[in-house]
Every structure is written in structure tokens, then in C-alpha cells.
Write a protein that binds this ligand. Structure first.
Ligand code: GDP
Ligand code: MG
Length: 311
């Protein structure tokens, strides 16, 4: 993670290529909850993408970078789709088709614990139609027993038109070496898009805000449904010691929501702040001081929509 928040190079074109270096972009495709964010986090080694039991929590496309000695693989984790993928609205198809236009390979995730459906079929066919290298994984195999795994792998292979399928557990990290190997082979010659050691191109504020928001949602469940926004007002690196100071606001729409989020004696906001601080420290690899407050901004969501309409 690059704590100084350097921009991704690109304004003046990609950096000059190194001979023998390969790089490319990979779209991670799959139904909500299949484990896309978990996989990105696992492969990148840092937490760059929100993981949640609620399929809608990934609000933006998040990039993770896997750095190998001679190769850089840039992962694009697509936003969770709003409805069951099987209903296949045009919006979902457009999102998949757009993602496939700008990548060098696709990684299709299937869920070992659920029946396959129209959404899985659509994604596999779209990858085949785009003539992209596709790496297919059957995730969550830690949740099924060995006998069932064989049958599920057969089904997955049949669905993928006979292509190879990797059995993996994104959560435990099982089977991922072969996946990275297959992706690396699919990368064309190309530049090092990101400085070595940088694992995400998200602005730092956004990453911090997502981590705080995840913890707030986790601790309020459906009591403050999606009415929480996070604003990160300052991220300061101390010169005198390895410490990053962060000021952030949890923004809600009403006093009653504020009450829930603050909790008795500030218990809830303290728990959110402490959990978020630990997550942020894990990403930055440095001690973090997080100043987190709750603020009411009436109808911020309406205002946000209003602003969007003006643009
Ligand atoms: P996404 O919607 O595809 O991005 O899915 P997430 O990565 O947010 O994961 C959804 C849920 O599945 C989370 O609760 C994860 O912890 C869980 N999950 C993801 N991968 C695995 C896995 O390999 N095994 C198990 N047991 N759970 C997993
Ligand atoms: Mg996700």
C-alpha cells in the first residue's frame, strides 16, 4: 500500500516496458456472494475490497494488483449486482460486457455450495464470445465434502464447455497458486502499470472510508439501512514517529440513527472505530490513530442524488 497516495501512472502513457515483463487486466466475474472480494483480497494480500454477507456492499469497482517477479496482474472486482444474478437484467449484462472489453483475461467464479444458474452460464458464454483467456474457479470448496466436490467439479466443467476448473477456497487460500499461475500465463507483454509494492489504485481516502463503512454496517445491521456515509477529512503521516492520523465522520440522516450509531456511552461508535482502525493498520502496515465522529446531515442521500443530477 502506498501511504502517500501517489496517482496511478497513466497521464503520460504507461511507464516504459521492461524487456520480458508481462502485465494485464483481469475481470473477476461471478454472482453476488460467490467470493469475488474475498479472492481479490487474498490474492493481493491486503484488504482492498469490502467483504460482506450483503451482496450490495461493493459499491465501486476495485482494483487489486498481484505482483510477480516478471509479471503484474491487475484485478478488477465488479460491483455487486442489485438483484439475483439469474434475473439477468440488461444492466448486469452491460456491466459484464463492458468489463470484458477492457481486459486481457477473465476469472469466472462459481459457487460450490449453490446450484449453477443462468447468470453463471451467461458469464461463461460472454467470456467465450469475447475470445478471452478464461480461468474458471469453483469457490467455497471448504464447505462441501470430498465426494460432493467431484460431482460439483464435473458439473462445472460441463457448464464451462469442458474447460478446466480449479477447486479453490478464497477464504482459506486453497488452490490459488495454480489460479495465479494460469492468469500469469495469460498476460501479454506489457509495462509495470503500478509502482512495485503498490497494491491498489484507489485513492486512500476512499479505501479508508470503505473500511470504516464496512464496520459501521456490520454493527448496525438493518437498523440504519444504507443511510451511513463516511467522509474522511484528513489523513496525516506523522514525521516524528510511524503513525498515521485519520479524521473521519460517519454521516447519518437523523438523530435517531445517530443514537443507534453512537450507542450507550458511545459504545457502538467506539467499537466501529476500534475495528476499523485495526483493518486500516493491517492495510497500511503502520500504527493508526482514528478520530471517528457521528454527524447528522439530513437527507444527505437526497442531496447526493440532486448533485448527481446537476452533473
Ligand atoms: P462477492 O459478493 O462475490 O464479492 O463475495 P464476498 O467476497 O463479499 O464473499 C461473500 C461471503 O462469502 C463472505 O461472507 C465471505 O467470507 C464468504 N466466502 C468467500 N469465499 C469463501 C470461501 O472460499 N469459503 C467460505 N466458507 N466462505 C467464503
Ligand atoms: Mg464483492
Amino acid at each position: 500500500m502506498n501511504v502517500t497516495g501517489e496517482e496511478r501512472p497513466g497521464v503520460g502513457g504507461p511507464p516504459p516496458g521492461e524487456p520480458g515483463f508481462h502485465s494485464g487486466f483481469v475481470a473477476i466475474l461471478g454472482r453476488p456472494n460467490v467470493g469475488k472480494s474475498t479472492l481479490v483480497n487474498r490474492l493481493v494480500g491486503h484488504k482492498v475490497s469490502i467483504v460482506s454477507d450483503h451482496p450490495q456492499t461493493t459499491r465501486r469497482r476495485i482494483t487489486g494488483v498481484v505482483g510477480l517477479p516478471e509479471c503484474q496482474i491487475v484485478l478488477l472486482d465488479l460491483p455487486g449486482f442489485q438483484r439475483p444474478f439469474d434475473s439477468l437484467t440488461r444492466r448486469m449484462q452491460t456491466a459484464v460486457d463492458e468489463a470484458l472489453r477492457e481486459v486481457d483475461a477473465a476469472l469466472v467464479m462459481l459457487n460450490a455450495t449453490e446450484a449453477f444458474g443462468g447468470g453463471d452460464r451467461y458469464v461463461l458464454e460472454a467470456v467465450a464470445a469475447a475470445a478471452l483467456p478464461g480461468v474458471i474457479v469453483l469457490n467455497k470448496v471448504d464447505l462441501i465434502d470430498g465426494r460432493r466436490l467431484g460431482a460439483r467439479l464435473e458439473e462445472a466443467r460441463a457448464l464451462a464447455g469442458g474447460a478446466a476448473v480449479h477447486a479453490v477456497s478464497a477464504l482459506r487460500g486453497d488452490g490459488l497458486g495454480a489460479v495465479v499461475g494460469e492468469l500469469a500465463v495469460a498476460m501479454p507483454p506489457g509495462p509495470r502499470y503500478f509502482p512495485e509494492g503498490q497494491s491498489s489504485d484507489q485513492p486512500l481516502e476512499l479505501l479508508v472510508a470503505e473500511l470504516v463503512r464496512e464496520q459501521a454496517l456490520r454493527r448496525t445491521h438493518d437498523e440504519v439501512p444504507h443511510a451511513i456515509a463516511v467522509e474522511v477529512s484528513a489523513i496525516t503521516e506523522r514525521d516524528d514517529r510511524p503513525l498515521v492520523e485519520i479524521e473521519a465522520l460517519l454521516i447519518v440522516e437523523s438523530e435517531s440513527q445517530k443514537g443507534i450509531l453512537v450507542g450507550k456511552g458511545g459504545r457502538v461508535v467506539k467499537a466501529v472505530g476500534s475495528a476499523a482502525r485495526q483493518e486500516i493498520e493491517a492495510v497500511f502496515g503502520v500504527q493508526v490513530f482514528l478520530d471517528l465522529r457521528v454527524k447528522v446531515r439530513r437527507r444527505w442521500r437526497r442531496d447526493e442524488r440532486y448533485v448527481e443530477r446537476l452533473l
